[in-house]
Each structure stands twice: as C-alpha cells, then as structure tokens.
Unconditional design. Structure first.
Length: 305
C-alpha cells in the first residue's frame, strides 16, 4: 500500500491510498468510503482484491481521515458552502488520476454508506467514466425529512457557524440507528456490525465516529435530495452494471426496505441493476462475520463487468 497526496483544484490535498501490487491487473476499484471513517480501514478488502487481480485506489474525503486537518477543526467538516459538490468533484479528480496513471480496461466505483450516496451522485454526473458501480449500505430517505433537515441545518449554520459540531442534528439522524441494538452494548455503534471486534476497533479509532458539523449535515441533506430526483437518476447511462448490497439488519437501509426502494427506482429508470441482501448482517458488511462471502461475491461482480 502506498499513500500519496492529490491536490484538488481549490488547493486541498486529498490523502489517497493506493493498493497496486498486482501483476496484469484486470481493472481498478475506486473505493469511496462512508461517513465518519476513512479509507485505510479497507486494507484487508483491498489486499484481497489485489490477490485476485484488482488494483484499489481510495481517497479520504474532506473532513475525514488524513485529509482532514484536525488542528483546523476539519474532522466532520467539508466546506462552508457546496461541500457535497466538492466531494463529488474530488472523486472525479481521483478518477482522472487513475486514467492518467494506469492502463487498465475497467474502472469500477464502489461506495459504502455515505460513499454510496456520493457514488450515486458521481454516476449521475460522470457515468461514462466508470464501467461498473457497487453500492453498499445505501438507502432511500423521505424527501420531506431531507428538506426539513436542510432547513434546520441552514438555520443552525447561520446561528452557530459552519464548523459547529452539531450534536443536535446528529441525535436526530445517526443516533436512531442504534435503537434496536442498545441492549447489546454501550458504545452506540453496535448497529455497525454483528462482529463485536469490528465495533470495538471503530470506537477506538480516533479517525472514526466523529460528529458532523452543521455545514456537513447541510451538504449531506442536499446531496441526498439531488440523487433521489427521478430526472437525475435517468442521467445514469442505461448500460452501466450496478449492484446494491446490504445487510437485512442494516438500519441505514431500513433493514432492507429502502435498499429495495432504491432498486425499484433504478429499475423504473431502466438501469441495469441487481440487488443482494445478506441475511442478519448489519451496516458494515465488509467488516462483519460473513465478510469472506461478501469479498467473494463482490469479486464475482467485478469479474463480470
């Protein structure tokens, strides 16, 4: 694994991980991590893909991992304005880096959780630049809730500032995910995984579990509103192979319900989409008790793209 900095157009340096020790690569997976985590967590998965012929490249988003300047209070913060658009533009920059530096036939984007939302946005805007799309732990949210959340975030940003660590919105949005699992522990993160060791690692990682700033919540709500518009979904090219993967016990995807809704919305737009739900697994299926199965199924999809 290599670590490099890729400079964005606004000067921001994106900390990027590259797993490319692959002879005769079949292609590249551009991995898009989720909220409140970072790319290095995917080291085991990336090395598995390497061993099976796939290079993996992933940047830490703004406000995350080593891209975030902690001394400047950037953990959980994207930008004062248009942070979501910057994250998507960053993904395009990484994709361009891939095209310029690697001669491979296929580039598949794989996004998890918030990363799946970013990947959906990317596919709307730039689907011609990828050959496949894997969406892990995705969801479909109520538009009324999203618009209300955006209004609240705008008002709170005006009052408290863009870098305000917003426990109020956090409690309304993320805290509810653990409601079903509260009796299993006291970390508040039991919803992530059946595997207690994974939950423990997440909780102890200083670059995981940060509370978003008010502006980041505003950006997230705006991004979700954008990707759920039917006219935008129709912009994704019809022949792009897509698969939705999730655990049936993942609260982010409504325990499978809103993953299925996303699938139906994609089918309605005549997209080339499949869905795979894993019984009893929670949010982080790549880190859970059946991760070997998820690894193998993901590889199968990649090889069929």
């Amino acid at each position: 694994m290599k670590e490099i900095k890729i400079k964005a157009k606004d000067g921001k340096k994106l900390h990027t991980y590259i797993w490319d020790e692959v002879k005769n690569p079949k292609g590249i997976v551009q991995l898009v991590h989720g909220s409140c985590e970072h790319s290095k967590r995917y080291d085991e998965f990336a090395k598995y893909l390497n061993a099976n012929g796939w290079i993996v490249i992933s940047n830490d988003h703004r406000g995350h991992g080593k891209t975030a300047n902690i001394e400047n209070d950037e953990l959980g913060y994207f930008a004062n304005e248009d942070g979501w658009k910057l994250l998507v533009t960053d993904l395009k920059l990484i994709n361009e880096y891939i095209k310029e530096n690697y001669k491979v036939e296929k580039t598949v984007m794989m996004g998890h959780s918030m990363g799946s939302f970013l990947a959906r946005n990317y596919a709307i805007d730039y689907s011609e630049s990828i050959d496949g799309l894997v969406l892990s732990g995705t969801a479909w949210e109520s538009n009324l809730s999203l618009k209300f959340g955006r209004r609240v975030a705008i008002a709170r940003q005006r009052k408290y500032g863009a870098k305000n660590v917003d426990d109020f919105i956090w409690n309304l949005s993320y805290k509810k995910f653990n409601k079903k699992f509260n009796d299993e522990g006291n970390t508040g993160s039991e919803w992530l995984s059946v595997d207690e060791k994974n939950v423990d690692k997440f909780v102890k990682d200083p670059l995981c579990g940060q509370v978003f700033t008010t502006s980041a919540f505003k950006d997230l709500f705006e991004g979700l509103i954008y990707i759920q518009k039917s006219k935008n979904i129709k912009k994704i090219r019809k022949d792009l192979p897509i698969i939705l993967v999730s655990g049936t016990n993942d609260p982010v995807g409504g325990y499978g319900k809103t993953v299925k809704k996303t699938y139906k919305k994609f089918k309605k737009a005549n997209l080339k989409v499949k869905i795979k739900l894993y019984e009893s697994l929670r949010h982080e299926i790549l880190f859970d008790i059946k991760k070997d199965l998820i690894f193998a199924d993901t590889l199968r999809f990649l090889n069929q793209v």
